[in-house]
Ligand binder design. Structure first.
Ligand SMILES: *[C@@H]1O[C@H](CO)[C@@H](O)[C@H](O)[C@H]1NC(C)=O
Ligand SMILES: *[C@@H]1O[C@H](CO)[C@@H](O)[C@H](O)[C@H]1NC(C)=O
Ligand SMILES: *[C@@H]1O[C@H](CO)[C@@H](O)[C@H](O)[C@H]1NC(C)=O
Length: 152
């Protein structure tokens, strides 16, 4: 059963997921996806605070270190169907992969325990889920993925 709300934005994000999915399969060619090392699972970022998004370039050749990156905030809903990336409000852009980190201001968003950071350049990679303590409680929080398995 698909229970997600179909809106223009989910359609747009679905299209984005397709775009993101393609380069994953080409990662061995010339598309490189740095591993995000901050935030990590269990991190709690208060809305309005300044936080560091960091990644490493292990296994990524120097020729890719000049890749211009963009960082988005997203979150998983219960079915983990969509990353819900807020592509209209990048948290940071115009930095280089070689910078290894960038500081961002955490936006005023509802509290959820299933936020993710996505770093895109030529392609993207997704951080662990982490929490933002915001101005209100989200209506739908994500259960442990193990508990939602087999529920389609
Ligand atoms: C994200 O980074 C990890 C660690 O480097 C890597 O194993 C994984 O393949 C990357 N994911 C994508 C979608 O490229
Ligand atoms: C990165 O770009 C700068 C100019 O923007 C250039 O000087 C430098 O050689 C480039 N580095 C690599 C590794 O391509
Ligand atoms: C991010 O903030 C930390 C702590 O204030 C600081 O040490 C670091 O240099 C900053 N990084 C960047 C890329 O501005």
């Amino acid at each position: 059963m698909f229970s997600h709300i179909t809106t223009l934005s989910t359609l747009f994000l679905a299209a984005l997921s397709v775009v993101n999915a393609v380069p994953m399969k080409r990662a061995k060619l010339d598309v490189w996806n740095p591993e995000i090392v901050s935030p990590t699972a269990g991190d709690v970022w208060p809305a309005g605070s300044i936080q560091t998004v960091a990644w490493n370039l292990d296994g990524i050749p120097e020729s890719a270190h000049n890749t211009s990156g963009t960082i988005y905030l997203g979150f998983w809903e219960a079915d983990r169907d969509s990353e819900n990336l807020d592509i209209q409000h990048p948290l940071a852009k115009g930095f280089k992969y070689g910078d290894l980190q960038v500081n961002i201001t955490v936006p005023n968003v509802p509290t959820r325990e299933s936020y993710i950071i996505v770093l895109t350049g030529d392609s993207g990679n997704v951080s662990d889920d982490f929490t933002i303590t915001g101005t209100s409680t989200s209506s739908a929080d994500v259960a442990d993925p193990a508990e939602t398995d087999g529920d389609e």
